[in-house]
Design a protein around this ligand. Sequence first.
Ligand code: ADP
Ligand code: MG
Length: 608
Amino acid sequence: MDQEKFRILKTYFGFTQFRRGQEEVIDALLAGRDVLAVMPTGAGKSLCYQIPALILEGLTVVISPLISLMKDQVNALSDAGIPAAYLNSSLSPREYADTLAGAGRGDYRILYIAPERLRREDMYRLGERLRIPMVVIDEAHCISQWGHDFRPSYLVIAEFIRIFSKRPITAAFTATATGKVRDDIVRILNLEDPFLLTTGFNRENLYFGVGRPPDKVRSLLSYLENHRNKSGIIYCSTRKTVEEICRTLNARGFGAARYHAGLDDRERHKNQDDFIYDRTPIMVATNAFGMGIDKSNVSFVIHYNMPKNIESYYQEAGRAGRDGEAADCILFYSPQDVQVNKFLITNGDAERDEALVSHHLELLKHMTYYATTNDCLRSHILGYFGESAPHFCGNCSNCTTQFENNDITIPAQKILSCVYRIEQRGKRFGKLMVINILKGSKNEKLLSQGLKSLSTYGIMAETDVHRIRTILDYLVEKEYLAQEGEEYPVLLLGPRWEEILRQKKALSMMLPKERERKKPGVPADETPGEFREDLFAQLKELRNRLAQKARVPAYIIFSDASLRDMCRKLPKTPEQFLTVSGVGAVKMEKYGGLFTDLIKAYTGTSPP
Ligand code: ADP
Ligand code: MG
């Protein structure tokens, strides 16, 4: 079994290694366990169920919310030689019946179904005719109304799973789930002792930027000017803004298409396809666009307006850089966005209950914190999802413009000697109390314990509390301080305390600048490096020709990442071609000759 999963990974998907979390999930499913996996967008959730689906006997059913996603996935699977199909409202009754019949005959290994399409009788009959070893629920957060994308049709899934006489393994996948949503998923889907996996939310290849541009249009144009020929999404909060921005961009010669719920189906589909098929590089859209868009080469996501909550923001922004290449996620903030969102929340659904409204207002508050903080943006997001992260990532607009290297020798000495004095008195306190002492707080509890007489009382009165806290956390991280106790952790001197207090070692760290307001975010620099641009362009052209012929999006043939790998490896034989990331047996068979020929021709005429 172990060998089998690696064989499939290489043969069908062309990868040699699993990404973080994938193997654990696959192993759990193959062992027959239910799974709830929370992995960020682009982490590779699909493989986690597609590989077991190919190993488990029978037909795996995947419930997925969006039509475009299904078409894409089925295209990609078919292109890799895996028999798959989908059932959704885009099919005519005839096509629907044909697909269902095909599934019943065992023509497919994976069947995608939209939840609205789950018809008891159909599924019942399917279950009678063949084994359904596993039911997968993609975008599982849609089941919870505490999430940001609640879909009532998801509520029937649990009932549907019960139709089968032998209970299938149930696997739920999502990119965003807070504790509440996670609990809902487990409860509503009746997951039985599920294997829980959270790989962490960090996406290292994404640059995060927040700007507060006085003129959003100008900032947008200047960004796009610097990123010509890149594909990206611009999210706006209203249809009207979408229209305006799209018009402006087109007038300036940028290829942009629009997408919002006010357009008819035909145009929406066409624009979406143009974007996915790389005919139009820029998509200007409301949040109606994107769920299930697996386009891998999106190199920026700009939020022209601030979204309602961090969950939505991170999911939308996360559509950038799925191929693992460097990509930008930029938010244009203006205080007015907060007002607009407040209005939308409080005047949204008339029958929305009060608890829900205040819940959403709370989420909005966190989004606003993100847009206005001077701290590391990445650590802010990760912290929001309950993950601890270094306070400085070096790859966000705050780290690159709001941080500077600070000599913290003196503050470190002050903090450590405060803890030292406290220990001398035979006492132990948590962080908050230590900070209060350093600040010289008049806190009742503090005064009543006589702590005012400590020589370190008030020695950091001039320093911002938040800053003291950041330095203190850093001292813990570096083991100059230690923490003890689970529920009410107290601070102690750490194993390395003497380096600071006795040996007077100098310390420095990156800290937010102490100025008040920040400048508009500056997007990350392009780092072209050494790269065969000309070959890349030729490979892209070949790929596009093939894609057009097969009527599939270009990235279904090969992702940009695969083409880049070809530029690096310059494969000239089938064996070499197989080592390219994303090349499996079927793709080798189909495309190997064409691509290696091109590369041979290229290397023949230009130095290696
Ligand atoms: P998610 O559903 O988690 O957002 P996908 O399943 O769509 O992500 O995968 C995102 C991208 O990562 C796809 O282009 C996929 O081919 C690629 N990918 C997945 N697993 C691997 C792997 N083990 N090695 C390399 N690339 C991978
Ligand atoms: Mg997915």
